[in-house]
Design a protein around this ligand. Structure first.
Ligand code: EPU
Length: 424
């Protein structure tokens, strides 16, 4: 397994371009199964999760190709309705096949994805949504088995204990686009990635109103066609580069950072008195040469609240703030794998239930540390940049799942970074 060696204490300087959004493009591969015509996705990030998704869609019968960097073509003339465990276990997000298979094949057998290191990740709301659409759903042999022959539009309240569900919303939307009648999803996820998926579906011929709001209305159509769609930039990658620039006291122009999707994160950084300059609708500049980082209290929430996918990065940054920060996780209360690793680097950080308490400012020093999930790994990179000495981050396949060319982008900004290949 590869590891990443980072020599800290170097200011990041220069420009970095944000790649396409992982969480927008993964369900788009699934959406391509809704038609027998060709779908072309552009601005697709080069990630192991994307390659997994392409492989899974290919195994289900679609012709999938990657003719040039960032471009994927999917043509699903034939589709199998069974997504077996061997495929689904590789990537949890493949649960988003459920909706398209129900819509296209009127039946689906998708393996339950199983546990996840960031906490319990149930799929009860996905099932509730499909049942509301008049599908018969059973759990058999570890599979979600759906008979969708009588599927029809319905009013669905799709909220749970932790609020809305992103992939659950994607699944119900993708099922409903081909269901006779009208579907209204209440408490739908408002995440921009859902809105981007809906933009693609509308180009394919779907009738969808209200995407990006808590009430999405879908009028079923008999058939969808092919399309071409460019994936939105990754707002989480943008936020990660902002935190990295601040932690390293750098000067960085982040191209593809869309202010309109980063409101809650920008608000936290403003409260922390960070030097942020909005250059345009699509670029943010940070000059962190000399400023005093203030501590913050922050709570993750569904969009437009603070994304859980930026919580770990904020924790890493706040080790450098003067005072006590409290960062509370309301989406995945157990998502704190970065806490003990940051502590190994010298951070004064502890957990109190769903909150991390961070007493800054602490000098971080490089250490061998272990990446445990995607965003925890990003937090460790940020800490390594701020630390003195060398940090070796093990198991960086987690980073490769979600950050396109992270080592090359870091190196282009002047970071002292090296990928150590380990054949083991
Ligand atoms: N939930 C339920 N029941 C369900 C579904 C979800 O109770 O049936 C709960 C979850 O346990 C969680 C909350 O609802 O507490 C939100 O989960 P959601 O379904 O929105 O998460 P997801 O769709 O599985 C996506 C992203 C995650 C991101 C979350 C929250 C993709 C592929 N994944 O997951 O991204 O953290 O939304 O924004 O879109 C990442 O990129 O690192 C990542 C984990």
């Amino acid at each position: 397994m590869d590891s990443l060696l980072i020599k800290g204490g170097v200011r990041l300087e220069g420009e970095v371009s944000v790649s396409g959004a992982k969480n927008a493009c993964l369900p788009m591969f699934a959406a391509a199964l809704l038609t027998d015509e060709k779908c072309v996705l552009k601005n697709v990030p080069d990630l192991s999760d994307v390659r997994f998704m392409a492989e899974i869609v290919g195994e289900l019968g679609a012709e999938v190709s990657n003719p040039s960097k960032g471009v994927w073509e999917i043509c699903a003339k034939e589709v199998s309705h069974i997504a077996p465990y061997e495929l689904v276990r590789k990537m949890r997000a493949s649960i988003c096949l459920l909706g398209p298979l129900c819509a296209r094949m009127r039946r689906a057998e998708v393996s339950l994805p199983g546990g996840c290191v960031i906490g319990a990740r149930p799929v009860d709301l996905h099932i509730k949504g499909l049942k509301a659409l008049n599908c018969a759903v059973e759990i058999e042999r570890g599979y979600i088995v759906v008979d969708a022959r009588k599927m029809r539009g319905a009013n669905i309240y799709l909220g749970g204990r932790f609020g809305s569900t992103v992939t659950g919303t994607a699944n119900v939307v993708m099922a409903a686009v081909l269901a006779p009648g009208t579907t209204v999803i209440e408490n739908a996820a408002c995440e921009p990635e859902i809105a981007d998926l809906c933009r693609m579906l509308v180009k394919m011929g779907a009738l969808i109103e209200g995407a990006g709001t808590p009430a999405i209305t879908i009028t079923g159509v008999p058939k969808l066609g092919g399309t071409e769609h460019s994936v939105m930039p990754d707002r989480i990658e943008a936020g990660t580069w902002m935190a990295a620039a601040l932690a390293s006291r750098g000067k960085v122009l982040i191209k593809g950072a869309q202010k309109k999707y980063l409101g809650s994160f920008l608000d936290i950084l403003e409260r922390a008195e960070c030097p942020i300059e909005i250059k345009s609708a699509n670029s943010i500049y940070i000059d962190a040469g000399s400023f005093k980082l203030k501590p913050v209290e922050a709570i993750t929430l569904p969009y437009p609240g603070l994304p859980t996918d930026l919580q770990a990065q904020i924790c890493a940054l706040m080790t450098q703030a003067d005072g006590i920060s409290i960062i509370t996780e309301r989406i995945y209360p157990e998502r704190f794998m970065h806490v003990p690793e940051l502590a190994r680097m010298g951070a004064n950080i502890s957990r109190e239930g769903p909150s991390a308490i961070i007493c800054g400012k602490t000098k971080l020093s490089g250490a061998p540390i272990m990446a445990s999930d995607l965003r925890a790994s990003a937090a460790l990179v940020i800490a390594a940049l701020a630390a003195s000495g060398q940090t070796q981050i093990h198991r960086i396949y987690h980073l490769d799942r979600g950050y396109d060319s992270i080592d090359a982008k870091l190196a282009a900004l002047g970071a002292k970074v090296e990928r150590v290949k380990n054949p083991g």
